[in-house]
Design a binder for this molecule. Structure first.
Ligand code: TRP
Length: 477
């Protein structure tokens, strides 16, 4: 059977934006932002999206389009190495971990669409969330969300994913803009915008090392990087067109929706609830739900809002399911329906564990995912930089045009050297943070250095040294 490909260029872009725009923008972003200092966090996050996200996206695109396979098949066919092929399996695991907690949250969202119509949470938003977030019913709604996801994936790349996201993405943007326009006109909305948009630089410097790994993890999560989603989507590209242009468009659109979501969420919370709430996975549900509860047209606004979130979540969950589906189809010749059905069986179990145990859920949804995605992206970047080397630049240049082609070689240096150095650093500090080890201040020869400066100086030196080294060994890169 011939492998499927996207119908149109726009179809690919919308599917990729659909993957990127999701709970990461609408649920995880407000959660992470409110826990990590608001605007300061936003700034670090935007920096990482630009400097790490776009080049990372290109690494996945190049590997995917060149191989025309799923992550495992791509790494093994392009390298002919058992070790890379084994490493590829990490992405199948990552996809399973991701969708397991993602579809639990997707289930909460579906439930909240219904509960907004009836106003079920209006009397006591906090109590309602506590009653429905974990347990058997949560597991049931997770299955519902998983089922809808599977129905789309089952229909294939063109008829399923492409045709669904072509309708969903415009709807999401139009409805969010409408909500944002309405939100900023509320009394007291200004405070929310200030929280989101005016950074406190002193706090930023003091907490830089706590913020950085979280912001990096969030940037990768929101761009669907490090799991092989973007690689898999690019493997369905039938013709050669500018990956750089497509990647930039995807990152810009995703960031636009992310900030737009912040402009919807924070003003509404500040205007109607007076604060950002207690953070945590419930930030959106409790905080916003209380806001809707106090509005004249709360039921309508709530339904529209959670409806948008449900669409965004679905257009992302299909991209997660597509990773192991394409793996089974490409590598084992399993039919798409059989692969999808088998995987639904797996996710029914793994997702239910997350739905039943808040402890597992929390660990999986933040720390484990951040670490897996960071490690995964480092793998793709090193693969592009060191295994493909010049071939990666050649692939990048196909269809790129004269202007974008100039960035091929600098991109490869960034992918092979600078960005992995940065990501390994954030990986280590994220791990240290998760294990409760402090990396607070550095004392050298009796002098205490501000960690920010030490970090900047050390990374610039390491990157420069390896850059010069690589330039000499021209055969490698
Ligand atoms: N980016 C999506 C969001 O923001 C989630 C997502 C889809 C994802 N596919 C992924 C995250 C792959 C990491 C890796 O909700």
């Amino acid at each position: 059977m011939t492998r499927e490909s996207w119908q149109t260029r726009l179809g690919f872009i919308l599917a990729a934006v659909g993957s990127a725009v999701g709970l990461g923008n609408l649920w995880r972003f407000p959660w992470m932002t409110s826990e990590n200092g608001g605007a300061a966090f936003l700034l670090v996050y935007l920096g990482v999206v630009l400097l790490v996200g776009v080049p990372g996206l290109l690494a996945e695109f190049v590997i995917g389009r060149r191989s025309g396979r799923n992550p495992v098949g791509a790494l093994s066919s392009l390298s002919d190495s058992k070790a890379w092929s084994a490493f590829g399996h990490v992405f199948v695991v990552t996809a399973i971990v991701l969708l397991s907690f993602y579809s639990v949250v997707g289930g909460w969202i579906l439930r909240y669409v219904g509960a907004s119509v009836t106003g079920a949470y209006f009397a006591n938003p906090g109590g309602y969330f506590d009653a429905v977030n974990y347990g058997l019913e949560a597991a049931g709604f997770h299955l519902l969300f998983l089922g809808i996801t599977a129905l789309i994936v089952l229909r294939g790349v063109k008829r399923g994913i492409e045709s669904a996201t072509k309708v969903m993405m415009p709807a999401i943007v139009v409805l969010l803009v409408a909500l944002a326009v309405w939100g900023v006109t509320l009394d007291g909305a200004g405070e929310g915008l200030t929280f989101l948009l005016s950074p406190d630089f002193a706090a930023l410097e003091a907490n830089f090392f706590d913020i950085l790994p979280v912001a990096a993890g969030q940037a990768l999560f929101t761009l669907s990087l490090g799991a092989g989603t973007m690689l898999t989507y690019a493997s369905y590209l039938g013709e050669d067109r500018s990956l750089a242009a497509d990647g930039t468009a995807i990152a810009v659109l995703n960031t636009f929706v992310g900030v737009l979501a912040g402009v919807v969420v924070f003003p509404i919370m500040f205007a109607l609830v007076g604060e950002v709430g207690d953070g945590g996975p419930g930030a959106l549900f409790v905080g916003l739900a209380s806001a809707f509860a106090s509005l004249p047209y709360g039921q309508l606004v709530g339904t529209v809002f959670f409806g948008v979130v449900a669409l965004a979540a679905l257009s992302s969950s299909i991209s997660m399911l597509e990773i192991p589906v394409s793996f089974l189809v490409d590598e084992y010749g399993v039919s798409r329906p059989t692969a999808t059905a088998g995987l639904v069986g797996v996710f029914a179990v793994t997702g239910s564990v997350c739905a039943l145990d808040p402890g597992v859920f929390d660990l999986v949804a933040s720390t484990i995912v951040d670490l897996l995605l960071t490690g995964g992206l480092v793998g793709f970047l090193l693969f592009a930089g060191w295994v493909l080397g010049r071939d990666a630049v050649a692939e990048y240049e196909l269809g790129a045009g004269a202007f974008a082609s100039r960035f091929g070689t600098p991109w490869l240096y960034a992918a092979g050297v600078f960005i992995p150095v940065f990501l390994i650093f954030t990986f280590v500090s994220g791990l240290a943070g998760a294990l409760g080890v402090s990396v607070a201040s550095t004392e050298l020869l009796g002098v205490t250095f501000s960690q920010t400066r030490v970090f900047v100086v050390v990374s610039v030196l390491v990157a420069l040294a390896s850059f010069l080294g690589l330039r000499r060994a021209d055969s490698v890169i």
